[in-house]
Design a protein around this ligand. Structure first.
Ligand SMILES: C[S@@+](CC[C@H](N)C(=O)[O-])C[C@H]1O[C@@H](n2cnc3c(N)ncnc32)[C@H](O)[C@@H]1O
Length: 273
C-alpha cells in the first residue's frame, strides 16, 4: 500500500515539476504577498524552534521541494540533507543551493528514510503532511523518531482543520442541526478520507500532535498562523487589515493564547527524549 501511494505521489510531483515553471508554484506555495512584518514574525518563530536543537551538526529537510527553506536551515546547522520523493522537483532547485558544499540532496521517501538510527540532530518537515494519506502520518513520525539522535528536534508543519473559520462554521452547523440532522464532511475523522494524490488534506491539530506523541515525541512548543483564507478576504479588501490584526494579536502575549491553535498553518516543535 505504501509503495503504491509512493508511486502515485512521485508521479504526481514529477508531473507537476515538468509542467509548472515558477519555483513557488511547483511546491504550491501561496502567492498571497505577506507583509514584511508577517514574514519576519514567521521567520523568527521558525528560527526560535531551530535554535533550540541541542546539537546543530546535521539537519534533514524532509520533502525539501525546490529548497525554499534550505537557506534558513543552513543559517543554523552545519550541514543540511535535502530529501525529496521527486527527482523532477529536486532538479528545479537553484544551482547555487544544489552546488553548496554544506548541502547534500537525495531522492527518497519519508515512508522509509535512507538513514541509520540516531544520526540526525534536526528534521524540518514543512507542507508535506497535507499531501500524505492519513494512515501514513504515524509511520512518518516513527521514522523521524528512529533517525533522530536522543535530544534531537523535529520542526513540523501541517494544515490545521480546526482553525478559526472551522469553529465559526461549526456553530452555524449546530444551529442548523436543530432544524435538520446531517453531518458535514468536515466532522469526519481523518481515517475516513479517500486519499487522492495532489489533494490537500486539512486535519485537526490535536490529531497530529497525538500521533507525534504515540511515536514517542515530546511536544515542546507550537504556534499557528492564518485565521482566514486571504483570497476570500481580498474580494472585500480586508486581507491586509486582518493580517495586521492577526499579527498584533499573536505578538501580544496575553491575547496570543486565545488563538494559538486557530491558524490554518500549524507548526510544532517536537523533541526525542
Ligand atoms: C508542498 S511541497 C513542500 C516543499 C517544501 N517542504 C516547502 O515547504 O517549500 C511537498 C514536497 O513533498 C514531496 N513529497 C511528497 N511525498 C513525499 C514523500 N513520501 N517523501 C518525501 N517527499 C515527499 C514532494 O515531491 C514535494 O516536493
Amino acid at each position: 500500500m505504501v509503495n503504491q501511494n509512493e508511486q502515485h505521489l512521485r508521479q504526481w510531483w514529477d508531473n507537476r515539476a515538468s509542467t509548472v515553471e515558477s519555483l513557488p508554484d511547483v511546491v504550491g506555495a501561496s502567492n498571497y504577498p505577506l507583509d514584511t512584518g508577517t514574514k519576519r514574525y514567521l521567520y523568527n518563530k521558525i528560527n526560535e524552534f531551530l535554535e533550540s536543537a541541542p546539537c546543530k551538526h546535521i539537519c534533514l529537510d524532509a520533502g525539501c521541494g525546490v529548497g525554499l527553506y534550505l537557506p534558513t536551515l543552513l543559517n543554523k546547522f552545519e550541514k543540511v540533507i535535502g530529501l525529496d520523493l521527486s527527482f523532477g522537483v529536486l532538479q528545479k532547485m537553484p544551482a547555487l543551493l544544489q552546488e553548496d558544499d554544506r548541502v547534500s540532496l537525495n531522492v527518497g521517501s519519508v515512508f522509509s528514510l535512507p538513514f541509520k538510527e540516531e544520526c540526525l540532530d534536526g528534521i524540518f518537515f514543512r507542507s508535506i503532511f497535507q499531501c500524505l494519506p492519513s494512515d501514513q502520518v504515524l509511520p512518518v513520525f516513527i521514522e523521524f523518531y528512529r533517525v533522530l539522535k536522543p535530544g534531537g528536534i523535529a520542526v513540523i508543519h501541517f494544515k490545521n482543520r480546526h482553525h478559526f473559520l472551522y469553529h465559526l462554521g461549526r456553530i452555524r452547523r449546530q444551529l442548523a442541526l436543530r432544524k435538520k440532522r446531517s453531518i458535514s464532511d468536515n466532522e469526519l475523522p481523518p481515517e475516513a478520507e479517500q486519499f487522492v494524490p495532489g489533494e490537500v488534506y486539512h486535519r485537526p491539530w490535536s490529531w497530529y500532535l497525538d500521533h507525534s506523541q504515540r511515536a514517542g515525541f515530546e511536544i515542546i512548543s507550537q504556534f499557528s498562523w492564518q485565521l482566514f483564507f486571504w483570497n476570500r478576504l481580498e474580494r472585500y479588501g480586508l486581507s491586509k487589515t486582518m493580517e495586521t490584526m492577526e499579527r498584533f494579536t499573536r505578538q501580544t502575549k496575553i491575547l496570543e493564547r486565545f488563538i494559538r491553535h486557530d491558524g490554518i498553518n500549524y507548526y510544532a516543535l517536537l523533541q526525542k527524549e
